[in-house]
Ligand binder design. Sequence first.
Ligand SMILES: Cc1ncc(COP(=O)(O)O)c(C=O)c1O
Length: 331
Amino acid sequence: MPFGYIKTDYNIRCIYKDGKWGELEISSSEYIDIHIAATGLHYGQEAFEGLKAYLGRDGKIRLFRWEENAKRMISSAEGIKMAIFPFEKFREALFKVISLNKRFVPPHGSGATLYVRPLLYGSGPEVGVKPSHEYTFIIFVTPVGPYFKGGIKPVNMMICRDFDRAAPLGTGIYKVGGNYAASMRAIEAAHEGGYSNIIFLDAKEKKYIDECGPANFYGIKDNTYITPKSESILNSITNMSLIQIAESMGMKTERRKIPVEELSSFGEAGACGTAAVISPIAKIFDPEKNQIYEYCKGGEPGMLTMKLYNKLVAIQNGDESDPYGWVTILD
Ligand SMILES: Cc1ncc(COP(=O)(O)O)c(C=O)c1O
């Protein structure tokens, strides 16, 4: 099973019109009919989310911190002046679309999961640059294979100074499509150079680590988990969770600016997000300084990275108890 799109039975939709949201509608079509002047097409009024449903050993379907995704989508909508999709309605749509597609939730222990993709876009027509009066909310699901086939594997990354993904007072803190369009030149340049992803620096000074493509960065030194504080990165739910787990394991944690030079002092480094949970970083190449920062000597992820990864994955899959109340079991 690839980490890609596979058709499922149903998706769920809802339309905002005349100042209010309508009823949830179930659809079996993979297509949408969209106005040629929709603001989502022309002016990037679009936001999305990504979360996963896991099948436990007990046969029950689990969702991980879906409330944080619902809240982040509200914040993204506010950030680009879209109608807010209400929290309670998000819950209803999410639970409904998963239960309608139960047969696509991959088996426990396979490493595969049901990926859940909510999206919201301006669907009403405008020609001038202004927010739409109409919005469409959709959730579709698709089963995805494990991010790393054959187990978690360290990756190489490249520092980017030629392109910015987001500006400090821009939209980087929101999960809006435009940020991803803005990141593609850099990500493709990294792929062409043989790197799995790019590390963006802060757009203003190009001094500090921002994000690793579509994932947050962390470094570990002296039992301290350090992750960037920045006005232009997405607040990763995986990162928030790893911080809590690290603290419960007796590690110290810091969220602060990370200067590029500090990369040489980390013993371990990784990129974290829903897709891979953690991608341990083997090497970071800085083309301007022609310098390589190396972690994972011997090709293996670091010990603390593996402890954090194993704990979080065990909670998500329901293999270990969930002392944080992060997991919701679907009835
Ligand atoms: C830009 C960006 N940063 C970080 C993340 C990781 O966030 P999360 O852990 O909530 O998936 C994502 C993925 O959602 C992302 O797109």
